[in-house]
Design a protein around this ligand. Structure first.
Ligand code: XMP
Length: 252
């Protein structure tokens, strides 16, 4: 089953469109094992209210992929959740392929990649590995931070038509053409979510980070067309993480 379909089914079963970003502030590396304990505790507390877990450098750097992080991927799977690695793969094809192979070997169901590197000798090798292993690829389309306007928001010239085109429109079209399982569009820019949703409709779901800590509003993102919300600090640094996660649900 495709990752896109697995997400649909997991979200339905969990009655949740929330992807937990397992992010914590820097810890002295000597105490890094506490990050694993903390992550396990948060996962245990919030799993009824989420459909997937997203992991990035916050945990890969201190814990390592095949030690701590793989334990968390397995824990997510044991709870019936999916696991996404937010590595924003962004290199030449040969390196991208190895990045994907290692993360998929660690059990991740999907990875996030940056379409700025293009297809040939860029992201194609990732899509090839993903197809072989039945895993997912999610592309950035418009990031949630202010500086995103400098890259994702710039006007470029469409190589095919020679006409001006917004960079994020171009990425949305690439997501369709390349068969991506999702795109990331910041909840901080609901107008961009709406525009990108117009292009993608139900074919490619929108994952939206930037809720709470970055100022994005969960229901505005949903109304604009976000299919899944990615939420980190609003849950991981809350006094009561389970309560914070429950409050993110569409029905709350
Ligand atoms: P917070 O704490 O702000 O964390 O809820 C958000 C999480 O999502 C990541 N993030 C992004 N990932 N495209 C991405 O692929 C984005 O535009 C984006 N903005 C934030 C961030 O690294 C953190 O893990």
């Amino acid at each position: 089953m495709s990752f896109k379909k697995q997400m649909e089914e997991t979200a339905k079963k969990q009655k949740s469109d929330v992807v937990l970003a397992l992010d914590f502030p820097y810890q002295n590396p000597e105490n890094r094992t506490t990050l694993l304990t903390k992550s396990q505790a948060i996962l245990e507390a919030v799993y009824p209210y989420i459909c997937a877990v997203k992991i990035n450098h916050h945990l890969v750097l201190p814990l390592g992929t095949f030690n701590g992080v793989q334990t968390l991927v397995n824990a997510a799977h044991d709870k019936g959740l999916l696991a996404i690695i937010d590595c924003k793969a962004n290199d030449i094809g040969n390196t991208n392929q190895v990045i994907a192979e290692y993360y998929y070997a660690a059990g991740f169901d999907a990875l996030i990649a940056n379409p700025f590197v293009g297809w040939e000798e860029g992201l194609k090798p990732i899509f090839d590995v993903a197809a072989k292993l039945s895993r997912g690829v999610i592309l950035l389309a418009y990031m949630s931070h202010k500086g995103a306007a400098e890259g994702y928001g710039q006007t470029v010239v469409d190589a095919k038509t020679g006409k001006p085109l917004l960079q994020y429109f171009s990425f949305a079209k690439k997501a369709l053409a390349w068969g991506a399982d999702g795109v990331v569009v910041g909840a901080t820019v609901p107008d961009k979510i709406r525009e990108i949703h117009e292009i993608l409709r139900e074919a490619v779901p929108i994952y939206s980070p930037g809720i709470g800590a970055q100022g994005g509003k969960r229901n505005a993102a949903r109304e604009a067309g976000a299919r899944y919300l990615i939420v980190g600090r609003e849950i991981t640094t809350a006094d009561k993480p389970a309560e914070a996660a429950r409050k993110m649900l569409p029905q709350s």
